[in-house]
Design a protein around this ligand. Structure first.
Ligand code: GTP
Ligand code: SPV
Ligand code: MN
Length: 603
């Protein structure tokens, strides 16, 4: 499929909503002078613009229109096979000093990087259209909302940004009304989609992002990981709030008591699924609603509680494994108005992927564009194939999703993909211990980033690839926020992925995660159904409601909640090695937490 589409010539009234803001005009002119596009297309986010761009994208074979009866208003995009995931090794934080970027980021000198990128961008948009995409992250009336502009030569990026953000005129209005007049400058060019010239560069001090050489997901939808997390986390520390890789869900009891929970799991470790959870039958009357599925911006409210907003307007979710059985709300969300990337195309114009309900099609076109049958060795859909779907499609969207001040957070949950060691759920002893639990989180790597899959690595707060500054400062910021919270959320850690000796998941997961969520909520409500262990408060098997969990062996829950002292000896050593690898930036409080953990194991 073609990524590199030639210039388009829109009819009058389309692509010409030039903003009045002089700083924006100057910047766009400067980038145009460098990249030399055939023309500039100013996006307004209107329906007319969308219809025109979708039509152009189909003509240019950037998108394939799917069967209107089967998946109305939906399209398939195939990215370059060399360009299917985030590229962490080419993601740079460009701060004046290396120390500011810290030990976990790839650092580069800002001046050198600008000049290297400018050389690559010189004339890069010749023969193409340069799109200017204004957007807002956050509910427009939120004090946390941020305006960004993304310049891109990819029509797929424009169409995806329309789904993922509040895009167009609404952003121009917000900018004009804002007191500080601040906005993020994002420049993206596909160049020639060459992995040797692929760089995702962040300049936090300039509130600027430059991304070249990719046309995929988190590399190019600059609103998401680049602005909402990397630049976002930098701004959050400066301004005293938190930008986190977290879902936000609401959970309401049959009596109508509602709590909100934020949860940080690394990429492809279950955020979207947890955010849309449907409680099992046994929990009749309980309701889970979604605020966000990937990113949370959180601030301290006037009452000393933590409040969260979802800066995004859509979901960019993992497709494989999504089914009516695992995630019915996601299936409903992606039934229409969805842009699919790198899934398989069936002969009747529908989409298919591994793990979808029903039998595989006898024939399909795989994500690379090749013929595929169930006998093929290769997967039909790429393991990191994705949907981009507007959040309004979600049948369980929380009614307070547009609330500018956010929703009050009762609990924060960390969690990784660990086949051993980590129990199904554990509650931290207090905020500081909770920060330690988050800081020492580990997870097996997934297809969401290029590189080896299945390797356990430390991923503090699921932010390893997304923290835009020094990780030691980041952890210190978490400690300081805790000190300012009069009524801090309780902190938990979960692991849906623990395996038995024969390599099978011990926990059914998905909807049944409600059983763990219920215990979390009970604890927030003051329940004493827990025992103290060296690693924190654990439920006893009877403290979890496991009723009607057909065929679930009791032995599994014993294993899931068990703490193996040999494994924890290795885990403690792993924490120590990780802290050491950070070279002295770890806050003393957390070094002490590690000593205390070791002591608790000795008594
Ligand atoms: P990103 O969008 O990359 O940040 O991912 P995410 O954290 O939103 O993960 P997502 O919910 O898309 O799930 C990723 C994969 O984990 C999918 O293949 C899911 O089917 C699988 N998964 C999610 N929840 C569970 C669970 O409770 N148990 C098991 N075994 N697998 C799960
Ligand atoms: C992730 O990798 O955590 C994602 C997908 O949410 S991407 O937007 O590509 O970063
Ligand atoms: Mn994510």
């Amino acid at each position: 499929m073609n990524n590199l589409a030639p210039a388009i010539s829109p009819p009058s009234g389309v692509g010409d909503s030039k903003p009045a803001n002089q700083a924006v005009l100057d910047w766009v002119q400067e980038v145009a002078r460098l990249t030399q596009p055939d023309n500039v297309f100013w996006c307004d986010g209107s329906e007319r613009e969308n219809v025109y761009l979708l039509d152009q994208a189909c003509r240019q074979k950037v998108l394939i229109k799917l069967n209107e009866k089967k998946v109305p208003g939906s399209y398939l995009h195939r990215s370059n096979p060399n360009d299917v995931a985030r590229v962490e090794q080419f993601t740079l934080i460009c701060t004046p000093t290396k120390e500011e970027a810290g030990p976990t980021n790839h650092w580069a000198d800002p001046a050198e990087t600008y000049s290297k990128l400018n050389a690559m961008l010189k004339g890069a948009m010749k023969g193409r259209t340069m799109f200017v995409v204004p957007y807002i992250m956050g509910p427009p009336d939120s004090p946390l909302a941020k305006v960004g502009f993304e310049i891109t030569d990819s029509i797929y990026v424009v169409l995806s940004m329309r789904v993922m953000t509040r895009m167009g005129t609404v952003a121009l209005r917000r900018l004009e009304a804002s007191k500080d007049g601040e906005w993020n400058r994002g420049v993206h060019s596909l160049l020639d989609v060459n992995p040797d010239r692929r760089w995702i560069c962040h300049f936090p001090q300039d509130n600027a992002i430059i991304s070249v050489g990719s046309g995929y997901g988190g590399n190019v939808l600059l609103s998401k990981k680049c602005l909402a997390l990397r630049i976002g986390s930098y701004l959050a520390r400066k301004q005293g709030w938190l930008a986190e890789h977290m879902l936000i869900l609401g959970v309401e009891s049959p009596e109508g008591k509602k709590h909100y929970v934020a949860a940080a799991f690394p990429s492809a470790c279950g955020k979207t699924n947890f955010a849309m959870l449907i409680p099992p039958k046994h929990f009749a009357g309980w309701k889970v609603t979604t605020i966000g599925d990937d990113i949370a911006w959180m601030q301290i409210g006037g009452d000393g509680q933590l409040y969260a907003v979802n800066p995004e307007n859509g979901y960019f979710g993992v497709v494989p494994g999504t089914s009516h059985k695992s995630n019915p709300n996601a299936m409903k969300s992606i039934a229409c108005d969805t842009i699919y990337t790198n899934v398989a195309l069936t002969d009747d114009g529908d989409v298919w992927w591994e793990g979808k309900d029903g039998a595989p099609p006898a024939h399909a076109i795989d994500w690379r564009g090749n013929d595929w049958t169930p006998d093929s060795k290769d997967k039909a859909a790429h393991p990191n194939s994705r949907f981009a779907t507007p959040m309004r499609n979600n049948p369980v969207l929380d009614p307070d999703v547009e609330k500018g001040e956010g929703v009050p957070i009762s609990a924060i949950i960390f969690g990784g993909r660990r086949s051993d060691t980590m129990p199904l759920v554990v509650q931290a002893l207090d905020w500081e211990h909770g920060v330690y639990v988050g800081a020492t989180m580990a997870s097996e790597t997934t297809a969401a980033a290029t590189g080896a899959v299945g390797q356990v690595r430390r991923d503090p707060m699921a932010m390893l690839p997304f923290c835009g500054y020094n990780i030691g400062e980041y952890l210190r910021h978490w400690l300081r926020i805790g000190a300012r919270l009069e009524n801090p959320p309780l902190i938990f850690n979960v692991n849906w992925f623990r395996k038995s000796a024969d390599g099978k998941f011990l926990w059914p997961g998905f909807g049944d995660n409600m059983r763990v969520l219920k215990w979390v909520i009970d604890r927030c409500e003051g329940s004493e159904a827990a025992v103290k262990s060296p690693i924190g408060w654990l439920p006893r098997p009877d403290d979890l409601d496991l009723a009607e969990l057909g065929g679930f062996p009791h032995q599994n829950i014993v294993e899931l909640l068990g703490i193996d002292h040999e494994e924890w000896k290795r885990e403690l050593a792993g924490h120590g090695e990780f802290f050491e690898s950070l070279g002295g930036v770890v806050p003393d409080e957390l070094l002490k937490q590690r000593e205390k953990l070791a002591e608790r194991f000795q008594v």
